[in-house]
Design a protein around this ligand. Sequence first.
Ligand SMILES: *[C@@H]1O[C@H](CO)[C@@H](O)[C@H](O)[C@H]1NC(C)=O
Ligand SMILES: *[C@@H]1O[C@H](CO)[C@@H](O)[C@H](O)[C@H]1NC(C)=O
Ligand SMILES: *[C@@H]1O[C@H](CO)[C@@H](O)[C@H](O)[C@H]1NC(C)=O
Length: 268
Amino acid sequence: MSEEIVYANLKFQDSDKKENLQTSDKCGGKVPSAPSYSQHKAVLILTVLCLLLLIGLGVLGGLFRTTLGTEMIKSNQLQNIREELQRNVSLQLMHNMNSSKRIRKLSAMLQKTATQLCRELCKNKPEHKCKPCPKGSQWFEDSCYSKLGMSETWQVSEMLCSSRNGSLLKIKNRNVLEFIKSKKLKGYWLGLMPRTKKPPYEELNENMFLSAGFEGSTYDLSNMYCGYINGGYVYYSSCTSENYVMCVETARTVQVESVLDDLPEGRN
Ligand SMILES: *[C@@H]1O[C@H](CO)[C@@H](O)[C@H](O)[C@H]1NC(C)=O
Ligand SMILES: *[C@@H]1O[C@H](CO)[C@@H](O)[C@H](O)[C@H]1NC(C)=O
Ligand SMILES: *[C@@H]1O[C@H](CO)[C@@H](O)[C@H](O)[C@H]1NC(C)=O
């Protein structure tokens, strides 16, 4: 029963609505004034809003484009600065490399000049303090030649020279050969390999010193023959006999300051 009532009510409401619609349709043409005005107003407001929105969008777009533009310009500028910096850095590096090369060249030249100057000074003052050789040694090329002023067996002589960080007299090139010949040494041991058989005397030359070194202490030298210099010749005698000792040591590098100290004062 109650269900029917609800249905009826619904039906009634429906028809009521339809009637309302019909009346408003009928009235549409007759009374347009009040609703039309508000509709226009709404449309106007909407249009204005739309326009404002468009303008806003336009402004935003413009702003965006301008910002994008400036950002791009900035990033380009940054890129350019970066490239310039890279160029500058590599130029600087090259410059530094050139400078250090020049400095190396200059110091090599300075060293050479100081050495030459030192040689000249030593000619006049044999004990000049720029001298890169021990006292009593003779400086030739890059070596010092020292007479030890005693007679010893070959092995002891070799040991004495080792203790001076040197070796028994050796001739490493033609210039040294001429230098040694000019000294007319008699009876000085040479840094030659001891031999098991006594060789005949031979003319002194630089090539006889090219053979490998000799481990003196590991051999029994009592039955071996060692070479000594006699003028421009090499003779051999028992290694246990005694001869004079001359050592060759590497000359120290000439200290540039030691040469400069002794230069005459400037013009004033
Ligand atoms: C690069 O070097 C030039 C010339 O030395 C200088 O004028 C310029 O400012 C340097 N650039 C930078 C980014 O440091
Ligand atoms: C470095 O030296 C080279 C040649 O040695 C030269 O061409 C170059 O210009 C130099 N660079 C600088 C930065 O001095
Ligand atoms: C030999 O060389 C060593 C190390 O190179 C050094 O300590 C020593 O003083 C030198 N001896 C002589 C006599 O020059």
